[in-house]
Each structure stands twice: as structure tokens, then as C-alpha cells.
Design a protein around this ligand. Structure first.
Ligand code: PAF
Length: 284
């Protein structure tokens, strides 16, 4: 595996592959890799001739009171996992390489509406930071396709919208969430949980499932959500949002919508956990 922080090295290698008519899949990450990330690499390998991964803890997507400084940086372990998984090219830029003029002088990308609600409401500017870094990384790597976890459902929709709106010739692929045996969605931020909190964290997926079951059994979604929020509070969470949305548009679900998503964020100890499950109201 070639590891480099240098943009021109990435471009030269990708150009060499492309000159031979070979395809490139890209997996952007912030490091501290878990099985969810390795699944993205494995899926990338199935779909393209070469896999490029980036590790960059992007300061632009962190709010002033968020965990940028404490975000786990585990490059040695991450490199080993990526090499074992068959990654050929690893891009590890510094903030100075990505934002040479500093964040305040950086051109940015903002995806309207869906970027301002749910996580965007509690984390103002977060999705502007995500869209901007992903666009920059896409321009540096110029992949045929890019893979993202569906755990970050709103992020995935924002990236798909950006790619469509800006006519980027890249296929954006969402890969199913990888979960612990308890149901807890794998996340780098699970590392902030104590053993007891990790045990209780599985309540988030159970709460989501309870709402799905209620909706599919034609019960009131609002009542089911109220019960789910109570369950979360009883497990020690401080819920941020817990909503039933249209899975295509992420707008509030109407009674006619069939493709739905239950999407939630909640604080537990030092961690802010997010999760979602998409489903059909009427069995297919
Ligand atoms: O999902 C993440 O890890 C990040 O938001 C991403 C897409 C790598 C952009 O920094």
C-alpha cells in the first residue's frame, strides 16, 4: 500500500491506473477504523480494480465545542487494517495541505434544506464541512465511485445531492450499517462509551425497531416515537431527535409514503450516537 500526504502523488497513481482503463473506488474516512470501514473497503474491491482510502479528521465539520482535538487518531493501526483489507493507495493529508489558506478563507459547498435539519440543526455548519471536504477529496482522487456507510444516512443524502447538483461524474454508493451483536451501530465514537454505557447503547436500535414495528402494524407513529423516546431516556440517553421521515427525500413522512426511515440521534455519556433504519410501510 502506498501512503502519501501529497496530492500530486495521488493524482499520478490514479492517472497511471486510468490510462490502463482501470476503475477506481474511493472510501473517505476520518480514521479510527472499525469493521464498518473495512466493509466499505471490501465492497469497494468487489466493484472496482483499485481502492483508494483517505484518512483526514476534517476540522471544517466540527463545531467549536465538539470533539476535534479529542477525536481518536490511530494511523498505525488504521494503516495495518487497510493494507490487510487490500487498499492500494492511502491519502493522509494534513489540515495545511487541505486548507492552505485556513478555514475562514476556504470556498465551501452548502447543500440547501436537508443540510439544515436533523443533525444539521444541532451541528450548524457540519454538513457544509462534510460537503466541502468530500468535494475536495473527489477532485483530488477523481474516482469512478465512492462508498459511504448508511449509518450516516443524512450525510449520504447530502453527498448524493451534491454530486447530482454539481454534475460530478461519480457514483455514490451507500453500504448497509455494520452492527455489534447487540444491534449497536459501529462508530468511531462508540470508543467514548464506558462498558455500562455500551451495554445501554443497544437501546437506540431497539427503540428504532419498535417504531418500525408500530408503523407496519398501522399504529400511531407519533405515539410510538413518544414511547421510544421514553425508552431511550430510561436507558440513560438524552435524545436529540427521533423522527420518521420519507427515505427518499428525508422530508417529514406523510401517511401516503411507503419508503420510510426512522432516524435518530441521542447523547449517551460523552458520545453523540446516530442511527437509522430504512423500511417499507407495506411489506413488498
Ligand atoms: O463519515 C465520515 O467519516 C466523514 O464525515 C467523511 C465522509 C470522511 C468526511 O470527512
Amino acid at each position: 500500500m502506498i501512503t502519501t500526504a501529497v496530492i500530486s502523488t495521488i493524482r499520478e497513481q490514479v492517472n497511471t491506473w486510468r490510462a490502463k482503463g482501470e476503475t477506481i473506488a474511493f472510501v473517505p474516512t476520518m480514521g479510527n477504523l472499525h469493521q464498518g470501514h473495512i466493509t466499505l473497503v471490501n465492497e469497494a474491491k468487489k466493484r472496482a480494480d483499485h481502492v483508494v482510502v483517505s484518512i483526514f479528521v476534517n476540522p471544517m465539520q466540527f463545531g467549536p465545542k465538539e470533539d476535534l482535538d479529542g477525536y481518536p487518531r490511530t494511523l498505525a493501526q488504521d494503516s495495518e487494517k487497510l493494507a490487510n483489507a487490500g487498499t492500494e493507495l492511502l491519502f493522509t493529508p494534513t489540515p495545511e495541505i487541505i486548507y492552505p489558506k485556513g478555514l475562514a478563507q476556504q470556498t465551501f459547498i452548502e447543500v440547501p434544506d436537508i443540510g439544515d435539519e436533523l443533525c444539521g440543526k444541532s451541528r450548524p455548519g457540519h454538513f457544509r464541512g462534510v460537503a466541502t471536504i468530500v468535494a475536495k477529496l473527489f477532485n483530488i482522487v477523481q474516482p469512478d465511485m465512492a462508498l459511504f456507510g448508511r449509518k450516516d444516512f443524512q450525510q449520504l443524502m447530502i453527498i448524493k445531492t451534491m454530486v447530482e447538483d454539481l454534475s460530478m461524474p461519480i457514483e455514490v454508493i451507500g453500504i448497509e450499517t455494520i452492527r455489534e451483536a447487540s444491534g449497536l451501530a459501529m462508530s468511531s465514537r462508540n470508543g467514548y462509551l464506558t462498558a455500562d454505557e455500551k451495554h445501554n447503547a443497544a437501546a437506540l436500535k431497539r427503540a428504532i425497531d419498535s417504531v418500525i414495528s408500530a408503523v407496519q402494524h398501522k399504529k400511531s407513529p407519533q405515539h410510538a416515537i413518544e414511547l421510544a423516546v421514553q425508552q431511550l431516556k430510561a436507558a440513560g440517553f438524552t435524545p436529540d431527535y427521533f423522527e420518521l421521515r420519507n427515505a427518499d427525500t428525508l422530508r417529514q413522512a406523510t401517511a401516503e409514503d411507503n419508503q420510510l426511515v426512522v432516524i435518530a440521534a441521542a447523547y449517551l455519556g460523552k458520545a453523540r450516537l446516530i442511527d437509522n433504519v430504512s423500511f417499507y410501510r407495506h411489506a413488498q
